[in-house]
Write a protein that binds this ligand. Structure first.
Ligand code: CU
Length: 355
């Protein structure tokens, strides 16, 4: 198989695992300290006992910023699988995309205090954390540029997984760019604890991570279930999710910038219109989520039986039956091709028709 033939999805889950192993214990230790404080009245975080509440925030965010990357990295891996498959091209910059996953995992541990710019940390440490937060944009941008370069002159099919991958690239980029806004010390003071931050977070977590997961569900559904989902319904749901998502969360950028704080149920009348749009969008988004739940269940009984490799994809999982037998492969497969070698894998007929 060799390291340079591994699917990029594996690099992304590898990077995710690093964060799991190094980050999650810190959250567990923090919870133990809270228990120790409550049970034995040891002054750790509570100032009335002589503790430091900022210490809690440091420990909480040391895990909770990387936790965001736990959610987004696998989705990035999914996108790295989908884009080459439905562009019929080898991924541009394989090594750069693989290393960017590792770089995001490492840099993710150096930025936690950007959640604490207005919590009373020193200006100098705030400047350091601001710079490191900007640095995370570099590997993220490397991925976006490489996906885009893969699309360039590709033979593109607008299949359901590909629509989600397109959604991911655009929405994740908006989430990332507004991340630079909140990484800037001056702007962060203005938008802290406003709907701007809510919108930024959801462009990464819903526009990014969730789009990736839905793309992955559709991409691997034939392999998992042995059945095809109805393609037209899949595309319709992807469009509804995209429209509903933007209607829900884009108004929140404006609301937050205009000063609407989070965690309040009341707001002045001039914010009514944007809040109504946001609520209406969430209903549309819900329809977009319900549709796949319905047609996935439907397809398990009535869907067309899936072939071993319905997309003409290059990964090893497509070299076995759908769904795979208990031992995955009847014979140990021998890998003789480079990763994403789409120049040498013929696309299935159906993909040509729907292009
Ligand atoms: Cu963060």
């Amino acid at each position: 198989m060799t390291w340079s033939r591994l699917p990029l999805f594996l690099y992304s889950t590898y990077a995710t695992s690093i964060i799991f192993v190094l980050g999650t214990p810190v959250l567990a230790i923090t919870l133990l300290l809270v228990i120790a404080e409550r049970a034995f009245h040891l002054g750790i975080f509570d100032p009335t006992l002589g503790g430091d509440p900022l210490l809690f925030q440091h420990l909480f965010w040391f895990y909770s910023h990387p936790a965001v990357y736990i959610m987004i990295l696998p989705a990035m891996g999914v996108v790295s699988e989908i884009i080459p498959c439905f562009s019929r091209k080898r991924i541009f910059g394989y090594k750069a995309v693989a290393m960017a996953s590792i770089a995001i995992a490492v840099l993710g541990f150096l930025v936690w205090a950007h959640h604490m710019f207005v919590a009373g940390i020193s200006l100098y440490s705030a400047m350091i954390f601001s710079i490191f937060s900007y640095l995370v944009a570099v590997p993220s941008a490397i991925k976006v540029f490489n996906w885009t370069a893969t699309l360039y002159k590709g033979s593109i099919t607008f299949s359901t997984p590909m629509l989600y991958a397109f959604g991911f690239i655009g929405l994740f980029t908006m989430g990332g760019m507004t991340g630079l806004f909140v990484a800037a010390l001056g702007i962060d003071v203005h938008v802290t604890d406003t709907y701007f931050v809510i919108a930024h977070f959801h462009y990464i977590m819903v526009g990014g991570a969730l789009m990736g997961y839905l793309g992955g569900m559709h991409f691997w559904w034939p392999k998992i279930s042995g059945r095809m989902y109805p393609e037209a319904w899949g595309r319709l749901a992807a469009m509804i999710v995209f429209i509903g998502f933007n209607l829900t969360f884009f108004p929140q950028f404006i609301l937050g910038y205009l000063g609407m704080p989070r965690r309040y149920w009341q707001y002045p009348p001039e914010f009514q219109m944007l809040n109504v749009l946001s609520t209406a969008g969430s209903t549309i988004l819900a329809v977009g989520y319900l549709l796949p739940m319905v047609y996935f269940l439907w397809s398990m009984r009535y869907g067309k039986v899936a072939e071993a490799n319905p997309w003409g994809a290059s990964g090893l999982e497509w070299m076995t039956t759908s769904p795979p037998p208990t031992v995955n492969f009847d014979h140990t497969p021998e890998v003789t091709w480079e990763a994403y070698d789409y120049e040498h894998i013929p696309a299935p007929e159906e993909l040509h028709i729907e292009r």
